[in-house]
Design a protein around this ligand. Sequence first.
Ligand SMILES: Nc1ncnc2c1ncn2[C@@H]1O[C@H](COP(=O)(O)OP(=O)(O)OP(=O)(O)O)[C@@H](O)[C@H]1O
Ligand SMILES: CC(=O)N[C@H]1[C@@H]2OC[C@@H](O2)[C@@H](O)[C@@H]1O[C@H](C)C(=O)O
Length: 401
Amino acid sequence: MHQHILQLYNSAKKQQRLIIGLMSGTSLDGLDVALCKVSGHGMDTQIDVLAFDTVDYDDDYKQKIKTVFAKRECDLELVTLLHPWVGQLHGKMVLQCLAKWKVAAADIDVIASHGQTIYHCPKSQHSQSDFNHGTLQIGDSDHLAVTAGITTIGDFRQKHIAAGGEGAPLAVYGDYLFFSSLTENRILLNMGGIANLTFLPQSADASAVFSSDIGPGNTIMDAYIQRYFAPLHYDKDSLIANQGQINQPLLDELCQDEFFNLDFPKTTGPEVFNLAYLHQAQTTTNTLQLSHEDVMATLNRFSAMMIAQAINQCSEKLADVTVYASGGGIHNPLLMKHILSLCPQLHEIKNTHALGIDPDAKEAVLFAILANECLVGGQQRFGNQAQGIPTITMGKVSFAD
Ligand SMILES: Nc1ncnc2c1ncn2[C@@H]1O[C@H](COP(=O)(O)OP(=O)(O)OP(=O)(O)O)[C@@H](O)[C@H]1O
Ligand SMILES: CC(=O)N[C@H]1[C@@H]2OC[C@@H](O2)[C@@H](O)[C@@H]1O[C@H](C)C(=O)O
């Protein structure tokens, strides 16, 4: 047997594995690195997050990625060069974290790498009838594995599309295994660049769960701040939005996109919800002269309204539901206040801390769970292809040499 296959076999047989989950999301703020001690699999998965860090990207990284990110036309040579470059960079960032945490690379069973999404185009968002859904993550895992010297499982989204899904959200696979409850209906709400949710009914009925994107979380607000308030990257603590007034005609227009009328599950990205989308809405409503503060106040309310609408849609027939939030949006007080005020059935919005997972680490942990399933699980059936949750094993294995 090849020594690498033997190593994987031994990792799979262990009572506990050390898996590093990596997530680099649409906000391009940094690489989330979660060192997870994982045992069991499927509904018996146990996770202990031993360490977590977000390694900030420098301006050079952000600039390079933005050149191709969510762009219909870009320099193909640059994309080709970025693919290994991002993989190597992520490998170096993992080593940096391991040094900081004083953990030896040899003790890690596998890295679970999401990569960097540079383009996402479900069928609902492209008009090329010859093609199905597509999504592209760069940051090649062979380069990551060789740089870090650690076996890496990556490129999780392609299998999902191959089996009939849209390539996202994959959150349901981890949320169901780890956060399902027999005592409460739960909504796991993640507010990164794009907001998404997973609905987990109290029955824990695997055929009733689903995940769906909701629409913009922070992505348009971030893009606006970066355009007009550089070098700021986002509206820290909603300071700018708090100084403005919501413009109702603009808000109404922003809510008009057909994406919001599609049934769950659905996916989207900054390919749609971007500054061009805002500009179009401002042009239509003759609000191009609004102050930046008013635009930010309106964008904040827009994200909150679409998030609240999705929560309300999921919970309308339920006596009770508890929302557990995660992602950078939980740190935006105005956004949180709006969402709560628009969901009258909720007394509070909890975050995943209450379930034992740091809300900033949640998506990185998800990929650790997916890698664990790739190694030892793979038996969970959701039984409902229509919910976009095919029964599959995701991830491709890259060895370090
Ligand atoms: N103190 C804060 N005040 C306001 N917003 C904040 C604060 N801290 C973080 N954020 C928001 O959270 C964003 C980062 O969120 P996160 O890291 O969850 O996104 P991501 O993982 O890149 O996105 P996605 O889930 O779409 O892939 C920032 O860009 C910012 O908009
Ligand atoms: C294509 C892609 O990278 N999508 C991301 C993005 O960020 C949030 C939302 O849009 C979600 O669909 C997904 O990530 C999470 C981790 C998911 O797949 O569940």
